[in-house]
Design a protein around this ligand. Structure first.
Ligand SMILES: [Zn+2]
Length: 148
């Protein structure tokens, strides 16, 4: 997985919405790939416009490589969700996972927030590659580092 997967909004490129079904995504892809395909352009399209469509064709193809595959789509959605969280919840600190307290009874990692509240990271979320945890009291969050 390339690290620059988030450089573009692949849903927007496919004229789609994150809530669209795989079938809707596929239909949008097929419509756009035909619309922008270099071999399908009529002779009276100006050169500049042709270039732009060729560029769109490449982007639509890239978008489909990510969104048309269950695995990469899941990863992309997860990363989008993290970015959305970062925008919504200011990151207060970066905390190595090993600095958090393991609470066996709750199967969770916890860390004290400076507001007196707590950051709680259930073990399933730690395994699911979620690295942003929101305080259960205030609007701060922490970023978890060095997870294996
Ligand atoms: Zn707090």
């Amino acid at each position: 997985m390339s690290s620059n997967i988030l450089q573009k909004d692949w849903y927007e490129i496919l004229g789609s919405d994150p809530s669209d079904s795989p079938l809707e995504l596929r239909q949008n892809y097929q419509r756009l790939i035909l619309l922008y395909h270099p071999d399908k352009q009529s002779a009276d399209v100006p050169a500049g416009e042709l270039e732009e469509r060729a560029q769109r064709f490449i982007e639509v193809d890239q978008a489909w490589k990510i969104l048309g595959n269950e695995e990469t789509k899941r990863e992309y959605d997860l990363q989008r969700r993290e970015v959305a969280l970062i925008q919504k919840w200011p990151v207060d600190a970066q905390v190595p996972l090993e600095d958090m307290n393991w609470i066996e009874a709750d199967r969770s990692y916890t860390y004290s927030c400076r507001c007196g509240g707590e950051y709680v990271l259930p073990v399933e979320e730690a395994e699911e590659n979620l690295f942003l945890v929101c305080c259960n009291t205030c609007s701060l969050s922490i970023e978890i580092l060095n997870r294996s």
